[in-house]
Every structure is written in structure tokens, then in C-alpha cells.
Design a protein around this ligand. Structure first.
Ligand code: 4AD
Length: 455
């Protein structure tokens, strides 16, 4: 089609256009509106150009006809160019589907930033089927895609819902430091840093700090980055992840489990009820079933029995025995087969952290829990904490940790100890379950794992 030398100008006799976000515009049928965003899709036939405009709040189909369609400026339009469109919101005819059931009949538009064509065109940068590592190099561009942006929207809704549940349960938000001089979950995954000549680490968990807040603020939570120098590449391990952690005082192990159950059930419910994130979960994970309580509570020793009954072997290729770690593959096999959320409880002392409270009826095991979800495995780890100073010192000794740097954590026991417990949820793990993503990497804005620290 020969492009005409037409200058695109606004017809000043038209009613003034009201500025809206795309998601709001669906409610303004019949009105002249001004919408700004990026060209998500672009298609033309001889007389009409169809644009799908995206602004993060939604998508809207837009139609450019007449002079607008044939002007050189329109012929030169490219995907991902940013534009301001003026036009009238119109209901799409019965039987036709479009986002919001509307389209924008454009009467005038401006280009804000024209994206390149040819070699540098957007589609060449994020070619479908490209090597995942190349796509991760272009994460800043792939984020614009419908799938990743949908996961990020659900992520935002999930964090909002989690905060809502904490608010309903009267739990106070705190922000502990990320630069620390203590470990929580074992020395092998610590990221070390030079802190003005002193050794320091990036935090693995804010748990110890949360414990110190109990006597000051009561029950507390944080949503904060945690860091793990995980050497192995797995689909569920990141080097940096967003850790949702809470610590609750004067409660029993059963009450802690009930609280975690409420948090998971209610926060997921809120995500599903939300008009933005609910449909996105449906789109990403059509078979998703909201979890219902009570969750299955499975003792570690019974899990060992289950694994042996189902001929699942331990890491040495042998039948499981009491004291074995249940590694990722075996845990997945069990969780996927059972097919419902599981509270795996009462792990042996030796395979858990230094701070975990032993069970009164069996001191070989701890008041500990891993929450396991089908298709992902562990999304949460938690426990009751040792409340007695002497017992805590034994824990340090068993794990070969010098307690000196932990004086403030020990003081929590010294100055008015209390029964308490808490847990950490991996945001990317719970999202992988909710959004049915193969790996937690798909649930992080800019994933970090060994070999990947950019963009
Ligand atoms: O089981 P973890 O190591 O427990 C703790 O850090 C406790 N101190 C938390 C607490 O009680 N406050 O980690 C808790 C959760 C795991 O269940 C998992 O969901 C997530 O954090 N997680 C990771 N997520 C992504 N990448 C990693 N490398 C992760 N390591 C743990």
C-alpha cells in the first residue's frame, strides 16, 4: 500500500479526551478518551490498522482507519513503540471478543518513542524458543510478555494478600537488616562480604531478628530478600529470593500449624477473589484448586515408611532409614503422588537447624514443619524455637557454631523467655505452585542463581 504524505492532526472540534489507564477505559463506552501505552500487537489490512495497546493495567484493541491508517507515520509503526491514542471507546459487536469487550476507535495519536525495526526489532530480541539463557539476558524485554507480566501481577496480589492476612491476625511488619554477622541455615550457603574490614554475610533468613522483636512488638513478620549461595542448579533454588517470615509468641506447635494453614488458605483465597489476579491465575493455571483445610499432617517417620512402601530410594540408592534427609526428588515424588498440601512434621534433630525445639514426647525429633505442595514440593519451613538458654547452647555446639556473635539472640531467652515459633515462605515457590510455573526462576523479576547476576 502506498503511504500517503498525510499529516496526522487532532480535530479540535471533537470533545476533549479524558485521560484514563487502559484498565479503567472499559467502563467509558461512548466517551472520547486519551490512552498512553505500548504497542503490544500490530496488524494491518489494506484500509485498517489494528493495534493492541498495553499499559500494565490491561490491553485494549484499537482501530485506525481512513487517513490514520495510510499515513506514513502509521506505516512506520513498530511493536513496542510507545504512543498516546485519542479516540472513542466502543462496545465490540455481539459474538466478538476483545479485552474489556471494547475497542478504541482512534481519531488521532502521537508517537512518544518509536521502537526499532529490522535487525533490532523487539521480536528478534526475544524470539520464541530461544535458549533460556539468551532470554534471561533480555529479561528487561521478556518481562513485557503476557506470561511473565501476568506472574508478576499475581506476585503483587499475593504479597498484598499475605499482608492483609497478617493485618487481620494483628501481626506487625518489621524490616530487619540484610547485612549480618550470623548464620541461620548453615554455613555452606552463606554469601560473604567485606564489611569495612569485618566479615559479614548477606542474610539467609530474618528469623533470629524476628525472634528478638517478640518481647517488644508481639507477633511480627517481614517480607524481605534472603540470600543463599546454592551451588546446585535446581528448578526451585535461587541465590536471592523474597522471604515471607513470621514469628509468633506464646503459642503451641499445633497453634503454629493452624496459623500457617490459615495464612495459605486465606491469602490464596484473596488472590483468587481479586478482579485482576483471579482471572490471571485461571489463565496461567486453569486446573488450580484452592487449598482446603485441614492439611494432611504427616510425621517424618511415617513419610519414611511411605517412601519405603512406594520403593522410593534415598540419595545413596538405598531404602530410607530414620535420620535420612528427604531430598528434593523423593519429596517431589511423595508430594505429587499424594496430590494434596502436606504438613510434613517432626523431623529428626540431626537434619534440622540448631534452634529447633525438641518434641516433649520424643526428644529425637523436633517441633518442625515443611509445607509441601504438589508440583513444587517445599514452599515453607518452620518450627518452634528452643526457649531455654542451656538447650540453645547445646544446639550451637552440635552445629559447631561459636555462640559469641549470637549474644543478642541468646538474650531473647535470658530476659523473659517465652514459647515461640515461626516459619519462612519462599515467595517464588508459592507462586510457582499458584501459577503452575516449571521453575521458581519464572516467578522472580530478575532471577539470581549461580552464573546469573544480570541484568
Ligand atoms: O527452610 P528454610 O531454609 O527456613 C528458614 O530459612 C527459616 N529460618 C525460616 C523461618 O523459620 N523464619 O527456608 C524457608 C523457605 C523454604 O521453605 C523455601 O520456600 C524458601 O524459603 N527457600 C528458597 N527459595 C528459593 N531459593 C532458595 N535457595 C531457597 N531456600 C529456601
Amino acid at each position: 500500500m502506498a503511504a500517503l504524505n498525510i499529516k496526522i492532526e487532532e480535530d479540535k472540534s471533537l470533545p476533549a479526551a479524558k485521560k484514563f489507564k487502559v484498565g479503567q477505559s472499559y467502563e467509558h463506552v461512548g466517551e472520547r478518551v486519551k490512552l498512553s501505552g505500548w504497542i503490544h500487537r500490530l496488524r494491518s489490512n489494506k484500509k485498517v490498522v489494528f493495534v493492541v495497546l498495553r499499559d500494565g493495567t490491561g490491553f485494549i484493541q484499537c482501530v485506525l482507519a481512513g487517513d490514520l491508517a495510510v499515513a506514513q507515520q502509521t506505516v512506520d509503526l513498530t511493536l513496542e513503540s510507545s504512543v498516546v491514542l485519542y479516540g472513542t471507546v466502543t462496545k465490540v459487536p455481539e459474538g466478538k471478543s476483545a479485552p474489556g469487550d471494547v475497542e478504541l476507535v482512534v481519531d488521532y495519536y502521537e508517537i512518544v518513542g518509536l521502537a526499532p525495526s529490522g535487525e533490532e526489532a523487539f521480536t528478534n530480541k526475544i524470539a520464541e524458543g530461544a535458549d533460556p539463557s539468551l532470554l534471561l539476558d533480555q529479561r528487561h524485554l521478556t518481562l513485557r510478555g503476557e506470561t511473565i507480566s501476568a506472574v508478576m501481577k499475581v506476585r503483587a496480589a499475593l504479597l498484598k494478600s499475605i499482608r492483609r492476612v497478617y493485618d487481620e491476625e494483628n501481626i506487625t511488619e518489621v524490616t530487619p537488616p540484610c547485612m549480618v554477622q550470623t548464620q541461620v541455615e548453615g554455613g555452606s550457603t552463606l554469601f560473604k562480604l567485606d564489611y569495612y574490614g569485618e566479615e559479614a554475610f548477606l542474610t539467609q533468613s530474618s528469623q533470629l531478628y524476628l525472634e528478638t522483636c517478640l518481647a517488644a512488638l508481639g507477633d511480627v513478620y517481614t517480607i524481605q530478600e534472603s540470600f543463599r549461595a546454592e551451588k546446585s542448579h535446581t528448578r526451585r533454588h535461587l541465590s536471592e529470593y523474597t522471604h515471607i517470615e513470621a514469628e509468633l509468641c506464646f503459642l503451641s506447635f499445633d497453634e503454629l500449624l493452624d496459623h500457617i494453614e490459615r495464612l495459605v488458605i486465606n491469602s490464596v483465597q484473596y488472590v483468587l477473589e481479586d478482579p485482576v489476579s483471579g482471572p490471571l491465575v485461571k489463565q496461567l493455571n486453569p486446573k488450580f484448586q484452592a487449598p482446603k483445610g485441614p492439611f494432611l499432617r504427616l510425621d517424618y517417620k511415617d513419610a519414611i515408611q511411605w517412601l519405603n512402601d512406594h520403593d522410593v530410594k534415598n540419595e545413596d540408592g538405598e531404602p530410607f532409614k530414620f535420620g535420612d534427609d528427604i531430598a528434593e526428588a523423593a519429596e517431589r515424588k511423595m508430594t505429587d503422588t499424594i496430590g494434596v498440601p502436606i504438613f510434613l512434621i517432626r523431623f529428626p534433630v540431626e537434619i534440622k537447624s540448631f534452634y529447633m525445639q525438641r518434641c516433649k514426647d520424643d526428644p529425637r525429633v523436633t517441633e518442625s514443619v515443611d509445607v509441601l505442595m504438589p508440583n513444587v514440593g517445599e514452599i515453607t519451613g518452620g518450627s518452634m524455637r528452643i526457649k531455654d538458654t542451656e538447650e540453645l547452647m547445646e544446639g550451637f555446639k552440635r552445629e559447631g557454631i561459636d555462640p559469641k556473635a549470637y549474644y543478642w539472640f541468646v538474650d531473647q531467652r535470658k530476659y523473659g523467655t517465652c514459647p515461640h515459633g515461626g516459619y519462612g515462605i519462599g515467595t517464588e515457590r508459592i507462586l510457582a505452585w499458584l501459577c503452575d510455573r516449571f521453575t521458581v526462576r519464572d516467578c522472580s523479576l530478575y532471577p539470581r542463581f549461580s552464573g546469573r547476576c544480570k541484568p
